[in-house]
Design a protein around this ligand. Structure first.
Ligand SMILES: C[S@@+](CC[C@H](N)C(=O)[O-])C[C@H]1O[C@@H](n2cnc3c(N)ncnc32)[C@H](O)[C@@H]1O
Length: 273
């Protein structure tokens, strides 16, 4: 897929997903977001860049970690996600916070500004993850830190069939490299290629709990990266796609709902110079 098309699919897809996102994913992503903040070891007063901030679930945790007197720039490619973040993030202490539209691969920022750059569940969506990491490296001060959380291996994520189910009903893949960085040592290599050292990663299992079929279906189709493609399906296509997805997660049925296995990968590294 051409990188510009991928960016458009992401930008407008997340605009469409924004109203469903927190109901679909807030609880499910919490373990990864908590681990990300733990890995980042944020300190009061630090200056932080967050890319792909979404509705601000990680941003809120950053506010609490850097107060008093920290500074945060929270950025995203979707105007609707950013707008929700701006409304929802509760700023306390003397923390200064700004929300800005920005592509994580092309940061409109000077070099060496931040103590820490971080991103929760964002790196899977950029067309060139190493370029996005190089940009993070560029805007970090010497000895600055990066922290990331992403989805892990495809085979550990019981919901992964959502991509082929949607892809075969549209002209181009919606998320071509979704599991690339979460596979094997890829993320550590990407961080190294971007210039980072002292790289540490940790993989851990999780369970996505959806109490009803409808919640599981809405999370997968409407609350995430395939939302733009899904909006174009007519009712019949939606019905078929829902059935196929429910069949794919059938092994994880628990009562009326589902407990779907997943895997997260977190990483941290340092700008050595
Ligand atoms: C799964 S959400 C994660 C949001 C938030 N970090 C969290 O943990 O809840 C993914 C976010 O990545 C953003 N995104 C996708 N491609 C991007 C890009 N190239 N640059 C910046 N943000 C991007 C989307 O707009 C969306 O808000």
């Amino acid at each position: 897929m051409h990188p510009d098309l991928q960016r458009r699919v992401q930008r407008y897809g997340w605009d469409k997903a924004s109203d469903y996102y927190e109901n679909s994913w807030k609880e499910q992503l919490k373990p990864a977001q908590e681990k990300l903040i733990e890995f980042a070891e944020l300190k009061p007063g630090e200056k932080i860049l967050e890319t792909a901030c979404g509705t601000g679930l990680v941003t809120q945790r950053i506010v609490e970690a850097v107060q008093p007197k920290g500074e945060i720039l929270a950025t995203d490619l979707s105007e609707n996600m950013l707008k929700l973040a701006e409304e929802r993030v509760n700023v306390n202490g003397d923390v200064r916070i700004q929300f800005k539209w920005m592509d994580a691969e092309d940061l409109d920022l000077d070099d060496q500004l931040f103590d820490v750059t971080l991103s929760g569940l964002g790196l899977m969506y950029v067309p060139d993850p190493v370029q996005s990491l190089k940009e993070k490296y560029r805007v970090l001060k010497p000895k600055g830190r990066v922290a990331l959380a992403i989805w892990g291996e495809r085979k550990q994520c019981g919901w992964a069939d959502i991509f082929p189910i949607v892809d075969k009903r549209v002209e181009t893949d919606v998320c071509p490299m979704f599991f690339q960085q979460g596979t094997g040592e890829t993320l550590a290599y990407s961080l190294k290629n971007a210039g980072f050292s002292d790289i540490e990663t940790e993989r851990f299992s999780t369970v996505l709990n959806y109490p009803t079929e409808e919640m599981a279906v809405m999370a997968a189709f409407a609350g995430g990266p395939v939302a733009l493609a899904y909006r174009k399906f007519d009712d019949e296509v939606k019905k078929q796609a829902h059935k196929e997805y429910l069949d794919s997660i059938a092994p994880y049925r628990k009562g009326e709902g589902f407990e779907i296995p997943g895997e997260f990968l977190v990483a941290r590294a340092v700008k050595s110079e």
